[in-house]
Design a protein around this ligand. Structure first.
Ligand SMILES: O=C(O)C(=O)C[C@@H](O)[C@H](O)CO
Length: 319
C-alpha cells in the first residue's frame, strides 16, 4: 500500500503540543498548530470532568484543533509521538526494549480510530535498564541520518528531561535521563534561590558566569555549590542575571561531567537557547574538540519528521 501524500505530525509532550500537516515525500510543513496545552494540562482537565471517557475527550480535543489546519472530511492519519502514549495521554502504550536500530523496526506502534476518516498511529516509548523515554526515540531515529560515519558515541537530546543515548554502528543501546530542565525550573521558581536570580540577556558577562558554573559542577558536583548562589548574592551582591546563568551552568555541567573522562564522540541536537548553552558547556567539559559533533538548529526539527515517517512506512509495509 502506498504512503498517503500527507500525514499529520503530532508531537505532544508534557507541556507542549504541535500538530503539523506534512508533505510525506518532502517533509515540508504545510500547516501548523501549536500550543502550550501539553498532555499534563489536558489530563488534568479530563480528570476534572465526568461527561466523556478518555478516548472521546482526547479525540474531541484533537478534532477541534485539527479543523483549522486540515479538511476533516478527507482521510487523515496522525502520527503521534511523545507523552500522548503515556498513562496521562490518549491511550497508554508500553515501552519497546532497547536496543533499537536506525530503521526503528523494533519500536512498536498501534493505530487507533477517532472517526471514519481520522486515525492515529501511536508510537510506543522505549525502555532500557531502569530508564524510559517517549518521543525522543523518534527524534533519535531521524537523527541516524545525520550520524552516518560516526561509528560510536553518545547522542544528547537536552530538554526538561535530558536524554543521553549511547549508540554503536547505528544502533542505540543505552539510555540515561537527566532531569536538568525540570530541576532548573523548580529551583528558579520554588526554591530559596529564586530571590537571588533573574532571567536576562545572555551577554559576555553572563556567559562567563555560566562557564564558571559548568567548571564548578565538573570539579565539585552541585550539592556543595547550589546554596552559594544565594550566599554570593548576599555577600558579594552578585548580579541576579549572572546568578541565573551560573545556576544553569551548575546544572548542565553536572549532567555533562561524566563525559569528561570518556572517549566517544558526543553529538548534540537541540534548538534555541538550549543549543547555545549545551555547546558552550561541552566546550568547557570536553578537552578534545574533535570529539564534539554539533548539529545545526533545524536538524532536530527535521529529525522528528524523518523518525515519524519511518514508523509510518513500517505501518504501510505491513498493511
Ligand atoms: O514515559 C514516560 O512516562 C515519561 O515520563 C518519559 C519522559 O521522560 C519523556 O521521555 C520526556 O519528557
Amino acid at each position: 500500500m502506498s504512503l498517503p501524500e500527507t500525514f499529520i505530525s503530532c508531537d505532544w509532550g508534557t507541556t507542549n503540543l504541535r500538530l503539523r500537516v506534512i508533505n510525506t515525500a518532502t517533509l515540508d510543513v504545510m500547516k501548523e498548530f501549536s500550543s502550550n496545552q501539553g498532555v499534563k494540562e489536558l489530563y488534568k482537565n479530563y480528570s476534572e470532568q465526568d461527561l466523556l471517557d478518555k478516548h472521546s475527550y482526547y479525540s474531541n480535543f484533537l478534532e477541534q484543533k485539527l479543523q483549522d489546519i486540515t479538511d476533516l472530511n478527507q482521510k487523515n492519519i496522525i502520527v503521534a509521538s511523545g507523552m500522548i502514549t503515556s498513562s496521562m495521554g490518549m491511550c497508554e502504550l508500553g515501552y519497546t526494549s532497547m536496543p533499537f536500530s536506525a530503521q526503528g523496526k523494533e519500536i512498536f506502534s498501534k493505530v487507533i480510530s477517532i472517526s471514519k476518516d481520522l486515525s492515529v498511529l501511536m508510537i510506543s516509548g522505549v525502555k532500557q535498564g531502569d530508564d524510559v523515554m517517549r518521543g525522543e526515540e523518534v527524534q533519535a531515529l531521524g537523527l541516524t541520518e545525520y550520524l552516518e560515519g560516526i561509528s560510536e558515541g553518545v547522542l544528547l537530546l537536552p530538554g526538561t528531561h535530558s536524554k543521553h543515548l549511547t549508540f554503536q554502528e547505528n544502533t542505540f543501546h543505552k539510555l540515561d535521563t537527566f532531569m536538568t530542565g525540570e530541576i532548573f525550573d523548580m529551583l528558579t521558581k520554588h526554591s530559596i534561590l529564586s530571590n537571588s536570580i533573574a532571567k536576562g540577556e545572555f551577554n559576555e558577562t553572563n556567559k562567563k558566569a555560566f562557564q564558571e558554573g559548568v567548571q564548578k559542577a565538573v570539579a565539585e558536583g552541585i550539592s556543595k555549590n547550589l546554596f552559594k548562589v544565594r550566599a554570593k548574592a548576599l555577600l558579594d551582591n552578585r548580579d541576579k542575571v549572572e546568578s541565573y546563568y551560573y545556576l544553569s551552568g551548575l546544572l548542565i555541567g553536572d549532567e555533562l561531567a561524566y563525559l569528561k573522562d570518556q572517549n566517544p564522540k558526543v553529538c548534540i541536537a537541540a534548538s534555541g537557547m538550549l543549543n547555545e548553552l549545551y555547546q558552550l558547556a561541552l566546550e568547557v567539559v570536553v578537552e578534545d574538540r574533535n570529539r564534539l559533533v554539533f548539529f545545526e538548529e533545524d536538524v532536530l526539527e527535521k529529525a522528528l519528521l524523518i523518525g515519524q515517517k519511518k514508523i509510518l512506512e513500517q505501518q504501510y509495509e505491513c498493511v
